[in-house]
Design a protein around this ligand. Structure first.
Ligand code: NAI
Length: 461
C-alpha cells in the first residue's frame, strides 16, 4: 500500500489544478487518471479541440466570404479537413504534454488507471496489469461528467454521436442534425456550418441557450439564422437511429428528418461510474451529483468533491476555482469561490458571454435594477474590424449602483467579460467602470459606454 497526503481522482481542469496547488502547498500528492492523456474532457475532447476548430473554421469562412470586403481578394480557398483536424490534435497533444510536465515539476505522482474507492482513505487503481492500493488522509473526487443521452436516441458513436465524435468527422457532413441549442450545439453546429454542412438545430424549448440572459439569446438567434444555421425550436426529439449511411431523427408531432450525421448535445451528467462512492457512504442528489458542503466536504469524512461531479455550472474554470479553494481549505482551513462572479462564454461568432445575474433572475427575485446597453455598432474598433453585431448590457442595482450582471454578445466577448468578472469580484459600481479610462480604440470601450448608459449618458449612442 502506497501512502500520500492527498489523492486526486481525475486529471481534468478541476483535478489537475487542485493537484498542482496542493503540491505547491507542500502536500505529497497522487493523481489518478484513467486516460493516458492528462487534462480531462476540457483538454482532450472539449474546450481546447473545439476552440481550435472554431478558430480554423472561422478563418476558412472569413477567407471565403468576408475578406474580399476588406480588400483582400483570396482567389481560391480550399478546405483541407485532414490538416485542420491534425492541427487540432497537435494543439491537444502540446497542452496535455504540458500538464504532464507540470506534474513532474511539482513532483505529483501520476497513476494511469481506473480509481475505485474501497474504504475510508483507501483508493485502488486498476489497470491492465492489476491493482495498486493507495491510502491518504484526504481524497478529492474530480471525475467530471459524461454526455447525456435521450431515450430513443441510439448513439452509435459514429453516425449518431456526442461532441467527441463531432470534433473528428472524417468528412464534412452534407446534413448535420444537432439535438440541443446549448453551448455544445451552437459551437459545434457553427463549426460544421462554416465548413459547408447544412446544419439543423432541434431545440426542445422555445428559445436557445436556456439560462443565459434572454435579450442576448434572442439577438444570437437572429445572427445565427443569418449565418445559415436552421433552428427548429419547440422540437422534442423522441428517437434517432442509423439507417445504412443515413440517420433518421423523429420529433414529437413533426415529420422525421433524414441526415448524414447527428450530434446529441442535450447536457452532461455527473460521472461517478464504478467509483465506489457507496462503499464509504458518499451521498448524491436527485441528479446524481455528489453532495458537498461549502468546503467541498462530502458526507464521508476525508472525501471531497469538486467540478462537474457536484452542483453548479459545468465549466472548466468553475472546477479550477473549486479545486484550488478545496485544497487551500484542507491545508489552511479556508478557501473561497465567488459563484456570483463566474463567467460563462459561448465561443460562437459573435461570442456570447455573461457574468452575474440575468435580467430575468433580477426581475424574478424583485431586486430593483438599472440597465445600460451599448451596441457595438457605435464602437470605432468594432467598425474597423467589421464586427458590428452585438451589444454590451450592464445591470446595476437601482439604489447602490453596484454591478449585478454583465451580458455581452459581440466580438471578443469572451475576453471582454473578464473586466466585468473582476468588477463584480471587487464589488464595483457601474460608475466605477464608467470612470475608468479605457484605451481607444478598443472593444472594451463598449463596456465603459454601457456603464455610462446605466446613467443615461453614453457618448456614442
Ligand atoms: P446545455 O445544457 O448547454 O444545452 C442542452 C440543450 O438541449 C438545452 O437547450 C435543452 O433544452 C436541449 N434539450 C434537452 N432535451 C432535448 C430534447 N429531447 N430535444 C431537443 N432539445 C433538447 O448542454 P450542452 O450544450 O450539451 O453542454 C453540456 C455542458 O458542457 C454545459 O453545461 C456547458 O456548460 C458545458 N460546455 C461549456 C462550454 C463553454 O464553456 N464554452 C462549451 C461546451 C460545453
Amino acid at each position: 500500500m502506497t501512502e500520500h497526503d492527498l489523492i486526486v481522482i481525475g486529471a481534468g481542469p478541476g483535478g489537475y489544478v487542485a493537484a498542482i496547488r496542493a503540491a505547491q502547498m507542500g502536500l505529497n500528492v497522487a493523481c489518478i487518471e484513467k486516460e493516458s492523456r492528462l487534462g480531462g474532457t476540457c483538454l482532450r475532447v472539449g474546450c481546447i479541440p473545439s476552440k481550435a476548430l472554431l478558430d480554423a473554421s472561422e478563418g476558412f469562412h472569413r477567407a471565403k466570404q468576408v475578406m474580399a470586403e476588406h480588400g483582400v481578394d483570396v482567389k481560391s480557398v480550399k478546405l483541407d479537413l485532414k490538416k485542420m483536424l491534425a492541427r487540432k490534435e497537435k494543439t491537444v497533444a502540446d497542452l496535455t504534454d504540458g500538464v504532464a510536465g507540470l506534474f513532474k515539476k511539482n513532483s505529483i505522482t501520476r497513476y494511469v488507471g481506473h480509481a475505485t474507492i474501497t474504504g475510508p482513505g483507501r483508493v485502488d487503481v486498476i489497470d491492465d496489469k492489476g491493482k495498486t492500493e493507495l491510502k491518504a488522509d484526504n481524497v478529492l473526487i474530480a471525475t467530471g461528467s459524461n454526455s447525456a443521452n435521450l431515450p430513443g436516441v441510439e448513439v452509435d458513436h459514429d453516425r449518431i454521436g456526442t461532441s467527441t465524435e463531432a470534433l473528428d468527422f472524417p468528412e464534412v457532413p452534407k446534413e448535420l442534425v444537432v439535438i440541443g441549442a446549448g453551448y455544445i450545439g451552437l459551437e459545434l453546429g457553427s463549426v460544421w456550418n462554416r465548413l459547408g454542412s447544412k446544419v439543423i438545430i432541434l431545440e426542445y424549448l422555445g428559445r436557445i441557450l436556456p439560462g443565459m440572459d434572454n435579450e442576448l439569446a434572442k439577438e444570437a438567434l437572429k445572427i445565427f439564422k443569418k449565418q445559415g444555421l436552421e433552428f427548429r425550436l419547440g422540437s422534442k426529439v423522441t428517437a434517432a437511429r442509423v439507417k445504412g449511411k443515413r440517420c433518421i431523427v423523429e420529433c414529437e408531432g413533426k415529420e422525421p428528418i433524414e441526415c448524414d450525421r447527428v450530434l446529441v448535445a442535450v447536457g452532461r451528467t455527473p460521472n461517478t461510474d464504478n467509483l465506489g462512492i457507496e462503499s464509504v457512504g458518499i451521498e448524491t442528489d436527485e441528479r446524481g451529483r455528489i453532495k458537498v458542503d461549502q468546503s467541498f466536504r462530502t458526507s464521508a469524512a476525508g472525501f471531497f468533491a469538486i467540478g462537474d461531479v457536484i452542483a453548479g455550472p459545468m465549466l472548466a474554470h468553475k472546477a479550477e476555482e473549486e479545486g484550488i479553494a478545496c485544497v487551500e481549505g484542507i491545508v489552511n482551513g479556508y478557501g473561497h469561490v465567488n459563484y456570483d462572479a463566474i463567467p460563462g462564454v459561448v465561443y460562437t461568432d459573435p461570442e456570447i458571454a455573461s457574468v452575474g445575474f440575468t435580467e430575468e433572475q433580477l426581475k424574478d427575485s424583485g431586486v430593483p435594477f438599472k440597465k445600460g446597453v451599448f451596441q457595438f455598432r457605435g464602437n470605432g474598433r468594432a467598425r474597423a474590424i467589421g464586427h458590428i453585431d452585438g451589444r454590451v448590457k450592464i445591470l446595476a442595482h437601482a439604489e447602490t449602483d453596484r454591478v449585478l450582471g454583465v451580458h455581452i454578445i459581440g466580438p471578443s466577448a469572451g475576453d471582454l467579460i473578464a473586466e466585468a468578472a473582476v468588477s463584480i469580484e471587487f464589488g464595483a459600481t457601474a460608475e466605477d467602470i464608467a470612470r475608468a479610462s479605457h484605451a481607444h480604440p478598443t472593444l472594451a470601450e463598449a463596456l465603459k459606454e454601457a456603464a455610462l448608459a446605466v446613467d443615461q449618458r453614453a457618448i456614442h449612442a
